[in-house]
Every structure is written in C-alpha cells, then in structure tokens.
Design a protein around this ligand. Structure first.
Ligand code: SF4
Length: 297
C-alpha cells in the first residue's frame, strides 16, 4: 500500500488553487491568501458545489467503509435531509435530483473506493510543498484498468467542459504526478461532471465522465511551471503582509474582474479609499466550523 496522508514538511504549502489564483490576479491572491479572507455570501453555484461534494463524500465514504450501494445511497440522502436545515430549497432540490440520477447511472462501477477527500503532500525540489485533496481515489477491480488507480474529481457545472477547456485542465494532472511520486500505480484521472443547469430533461446531458490521460511531457512541463510559479509565491509570502498589500498588482481585466468576489474592496483601494470596513463586513476568515469541509484544492 502506498503512503497515505500528509507527509510532514515545514515547507511553504502551495496548492493548485493558490497557483491558479496567483496567476489569475496577484491582488486576488493577496485578499485570499495573505489576508486569508473569503466572502460571507456565496453564489448559487458555490452552494450547489459544496452540498454536492458533501453528499458524494458521504456516499463514497460509506462504500469505503464496507456499505453496499443502497446503504451508501442512504448515507448520501441522509445528508440531503440534514441540509434542509441550512440550505435554500432550490439548492437541495437540484443536488437531490442529480444525486439520484448519479446513483442510478453508475450502479455498475467496477472499482474499489480507496480514498475519499484524501489529503496528500509532496515536497518539491524548489523547497515548497505541493498539497492536494483528492475527491475520490479508486482502484479498478476488472476490465482493462484492473489493478490501476484513478483519481476522480467531482465537478458541479452549469455546462460540461468543452474539449478546449479540457485540454487546459491541469488540476488532476498534478494529482496524477503527485500520486505517482507517492507510489500509486496511476495513469489517468476522471472529471466527474454533474450539470446543474435547469430545464435539461435528458439524463445523458446531465452526467458525464471525462477521462484524462496526460503524457510524461505534459506532466513534467506542468510541474516545472508549478515549481517556477510557487517559487514566486513563496518569495511574496516571505514579505510582510503590508508590503504585499502595496505590491500585489491588479489584473483589471473585464472578464475576470466581473466575476471577482473582491471587486468592491479592490475598486475602493484603487481609488485610494479605505476598504477596511468593506473587508470586515463582507468577508471572513474561512471558518472550519461551518457545515461543510473546504472542497476544491
Ligand atoms: S477585481 Fe480584478 S483586479 Fe481586483 S482582485 Fe478581483 S480580479 Fe483582481
């Protein structure tokens, strides 16, 4: 059995999410990773993704602990029932519907659940550490992939990824690279897409699994870029937060800024105004005591 769990390291941890945020916008990186702030109000898409991940976590955790598929389904449904206490009815309706379709569609999966929301880390040559949380790690028990591991990442999406988007989706490629370093026999990942768009009647258009199988060259290029960028992030993190607040550049791009949770304080500060009241009222440090665990490294 390969090593499972965090391999202790004093190095700076830089996940794919942090890498992605830093490349998207240094100012956004400053708000999220230097100030450690998250918006108090999440979008509908975020709520669906969080509840959906939570239900699938309980579903597969039950299977990993020996439950049959029907009992595992009940474990997922139990979480949906509990969610009525704290989620909008519309969110519960969508997640419940997709979960029932999902359970029906994938009855014949021929894999054994080896890990659910498993946390791993790999120290890198540049002195940083790459941490990852894998939604689902399975070992196939029959068919052409028998004996091989696959990392499965759940994605709650309005629309499925396009081929072009898939070709640039590097998150699970990093998982494959890291899991191989830890000794797992793994060549591929699956993006497990559940579409939440309303009005789609055909179940075939609501669920889709996309297999991703990177080449060695892709993996080495992706991790070499991860190391270059994580070195830059580490340098920024070694500075005082106040310094980074003055030097974290803004992207100021219509497409990215239009969807950015921090656009109001960002704009206030751009105009030379004090954004501290906005930051204190509308944002909070991520709270580990909330109902859901954080998903999405
Ligand atoms: S609004 Fe734009 S520039 Fe400001 S933090 Fe967000 S992405 Fe960056």
């Amino acid at each position: 059995m390969p090593n499972v769990g965090i391999t202790g390291s004093p190095n700076v941890l830089i996940s794919n999410s942090e890498y992605d945020t830093y490349l998207k916008c240094q100012r956004l990186h400053y708000y999220q990773y230097a100030l450690g702030l998250y918006p108090r109000t999440l979008s509908r898409a975020n709520h669906i993704g969080l509840l959906g991940h939570h239900v699938l976590e309980h579903y597969y955790r039950a299977m990993m602990n020996g439950a049959g598929r029907d009992d595992a389904f009940q474990a997922g449904m139990d979480q949906i029932i509990l969610s009525y206490d704290h989620e909008d009815i519309d969110i519960v309706r969508v997640v419940s519907n997709r979960f029932m379709l999902y359970h029906e569609r994938y009855q014949k999966d021929s894999f054994r659940v080896m890990g659910v929301e498993g946390v791993f880390s790999v120290p890198l040559d540049n002195g940083t550490t790459y941490p990852l949380t894998v939604d689902l790690l399975v070992e196939y028990t029959s068919g052409p992939w028998a004996g091989q591991y696959v990392a499965i990442d759940h994605k709650f999406r309005y629309d499925f990824f396009t081929p072009d988007e898939l070709s640039m989706h590097i998150q699970t490629y990093k998982y494959i690279w890291a899991l191989r370093k830890l000794g797992y026999p793994i060549k591929r990942s699956i993006l497990n897409q559940l579409r939440y768009r309303d009005g789609v009647k055909d179940p075939d258009k609501l669920l889709k699994r996309e297999i991703l199988e990177p080449t060695e060259t892709q993996l080495e290029s992706i991790m070499s870029e991860h190391m270059a960028v994580s070195s830059e992030i580490e340098t920024a993190k070694q500075q005082p937060v106040s310094w980074y607040g003055k030097h974290a550049h803004r992207r100021l791009n219509m497409r990215d800024c239009g969807h950015c949770y921090f656009r109001i304080p960002c704009r206030q500060e751009l105009l030379g105004k004090d954004a501290s009241a906005t930051l204190a009222n509308n944002y909070a440090p991520e709270d580990p005591s909330t109902f859901y665990r954080p998903y999405g490294y």
